[in-house]
Design a protein around this ligand. Sequence first.
Ligand SMILES: *[C@@H]1O[C@H](CO)[C@@H](O)[C@H](O)[C@H]1NC(C)=O
Ligand SMILES: *[C@@H]1O[C@H](CO)[C@@H](O)[C@H](O)[C@H]1NC(C)=O
Ligand SMILES: *[C@@H]1O[C@H](CO)[C@@H](O)[C@H](O)[C@H]1NC(C)=O
Ligand SMILES: *[C@@H]1O[C@H](CO)[C@@H](O)[C@H](O)[C@H]1NC(C)=O
Ligand SMILES: *[C@@H]1O[C@H](CO)[C@@H](O)[C@H](O)[C@H]1NC(C)=O
Ligand SMILES: *[C@@H]1O[C@H](CO)[C@@H](O)[C@H](O)[C@H]1NC(C)=O
Ligand SMILES: *[C@@H]1O[C@H](CO)[C@@H](O)[C@H](O)[C@H]1NC(C)=O
Ligand SMILES: *[C@@H]1O[C@H](CO)[C@@H](O)[C@H](O)[C@H]1NC(C)=O
Ligand SMILES: [Cu+2]
Length: 584
Amino acid sequence: MAPSLCSFLLPISLLSSIAHCATVTYDFDIGWTYANPDGQQTRPVIGVNGQWPVPPIVATKGDRVVVNVKNSLGNESTSLHFHGLYQNGTTHMDGPVAVSQCGILPGSSFTYNFTVDQPGSYWWHSHERGQYPDGLRAPLIVHDSEDPFQDQYDEEIVLTLSDWYHGRMQDLLKGFINIANPSGAEPVPQAALMNDTQNLGIKVQPGKTYLFRLINMGAFAAHYVWFEEHMMRVVEVDGVYTEPTEAEMLYVTAAQRYSVLVTAKNDSSANFAVVGSMDQDLFDAVPEGLNPNVTGWLVYDDTKPKPAPKEIEAFEPFDDYNLVPYDKEQLLDRVDHSITLDMKMDNLRDGANYAFFNGVSYVSPKVPTLYSVLSTGANATNPIIYGSNTNSFVLGANEVVEIVLNNDDPGKHPFHLHGHAFQVVTRSEDDAGFYDPSNVTALPASPMKRDTVLVRPNGHIVLRFRADNPGVWLFHCHLEWHVASGLTATMIESPLDVQQQLSGKIPADHLKVCDAGDVPTAGNAAGNTVDLFDLGGENTSPGTLPAGFETRGIVALVFSCLAAFLGMATIGWYGMRPIESGTG
Ligand SMILES: *[C@@H]1O[C@H](CO)[C@@H](O)[C@H](O)[C@H]1NC(C)=O
Ligand SMILES: *[C@@H]1O[C@H](CO)[C@@H](O)[C@H](O)[C@H]1NC(C)=O
Ligand SMILES: *[C@@H]1O[C@H](CO)[C@@H](O)[C@H](O)[C@H]1NC(C)=O
Ligand SMILES: *[C@@H]1O[C@H](CO)[C@@H](O)[C@H](O)[C@H]1NC(C)=O
Ligand SMILES: *[C@@H]1O[C@H](CO)[C@@H](O)[C@H](O)[C@H]1NC(C)=O
Ligand SMILES: *[C@@H]1O[C@H](CO)[C@@H](O)[C@H](O)[C@H]1NC(C)=O
Ligand SMILES: *[C@@H]1O[C@H](CO)[C@@H](O)[C@H](O)[C@H]1NC(C)=O
Ligand SMILES: *[C@@H]1O[C@H](CO)[C@@H](O)[C@H](O)[C@H]1NC(C)=O
Ligand SMILES: [Cu+2]
């Protein structure tokens, strides 16, 4: 097992660092409660220890973090992911259900235990199907005694942004992946929140400089963010310090983070709006009366008015593509392993709309992928054993890996890789089509590095990273709707090293939640331990539509079904049968 930073630093006796080698422990009793953060509707939300909003996790670089989870939801299983943390040596603590653990069933307990040696702004959230937008998400901040910008600010302020739904995810998902929604229109949120509320007052003092940690922990909407009449200086993206870069407005997709320095004015004569404005391009139809904005204020003087935000005529956000990492890490220019993912949306035989990489819509394997790695010996290096619906790729130790993602869809999608920050070496404009390796202009010498990046409509991105972190890491769109509809791939990095690090070391409470849920913990994706290449019985998607069957056909069919349903219910539902037959 890799030594923790603490034991690693001891020999070079950095006293100040040793002082920070603490264990921070959180006890999270996860259960339903009620909240009304947008003032429009009280709804059930998922809280921690009876409270909502749920608490941030705060640690210092080098610390061990222990989160003792008790699932008191009663009717849903859960899991936690620590977004952006590399979990180097602890891939079993990464959180996604059916990937690195089993779901924590109601009534069960489970401990996450890992060290953090990365500074910056992160967040934690449920990685159980569709669950975090019900409220189970909060910041995760890692302080750093060696923060290169620490002399440039007086205080730090965490500021989260999110979208907010009045419906519960389980219900919304049923409507989303449904024959009655053949175009895959995503539910549109009812409101935007800033720090899980609206009209937030942020007290500031003249002349001081603040480090704002902006975190979008929403399910769907990206936010345009600005501080009126105050310039931002970006110094961190997704946990990576960057060369300070000025920005008037940021575009923060779901799951992205920015730290920005904002210097307060020298007098207290006025207060200023701080605005998060959801990008409505993401919404197929904008419901009448939706306020896409959430407003807060830099409050210099409580007795002075809080002015309405100004109308922004044209959104011209700063372009993150040109950010340069503070350590100036050079372009990884020799690619060992290139992976192309062509993504699209389409219908399957059940008439619902799904998302695909290379024609495959992700379906969770029966055995969590990590447990397949640990139980298949030398065959763990063969991607076939991980199933035909998991988009699995096996990466060799220390390879430079390139992911080419071609977006064959008119939507914007923020892609996230677990276990790494990647270099964004190419990012096209809208409608650029597929990446053409024979038509490449110069790549950046020191590309932006982050863990979540937006691919533009019908455009492409090219990402690179070094496979120096053995583990099982998902690569997926961070729009929670698209996770549910299958826009996920699995990177199985140095599986033989994972076996060396973790064989026999999966904690008993991790295996216990599998037993409690009758989830097998050995064998291939189908749970076959004898013939690892026999995937019979594996989980599959509903199957493809008969050739020549177009979405238009489905729309027509739905309408005829609905019409029949209105007239004579039984016949209406029989009318749906033809496209369901042959499933399985
Ligand atoms: C679980 O319980 C909560 C709180 O009682 C309820 O709001 C929610 O609908 C339930 N979820 C399911 C899937 O039954
Ligand atoms: C966390 O892991 C460390 C290292 O394996 C171990 O020493 C410690 O006892 C664990 N703590 C808990 C609460 O499980
Ligand atoms: C926003 O919430 C975080 C906790 O998530 C808290 O630390 C911070 O102070 C809040 N910010 C403001 C401006 O109230
Ligand atoms: C505030 O005053 C100081 C000292 O006079 C000056 O250097 C600084 O630029 C001023 N700041 C702003 C935001 O105007
Ligand atoms: C939301 O903010 C944008 C940008 O300032 C503005 O154009 C729009 O009118 C606002 N919408 C509402 C409903 O306030
Ligand atoms: C790998 O699979 C092959 C074919 O099923 C089998 O013969 C071999 O024993 C397996 N190797 C290991 C180490 O499990
Ligand atoms: C090459 O790429 C540029 C954009 O980078 C594009 O404008 C041009 O049409 C492409 N050329 C060909 C031959 O595809
Ligand atoms: C993981 O740790 C190893 C050393 O144990 C290091 O070489 C590697 O760069 C680390 N990977 C990441 C992604 O931090
Ligand atoms: Cu997406």
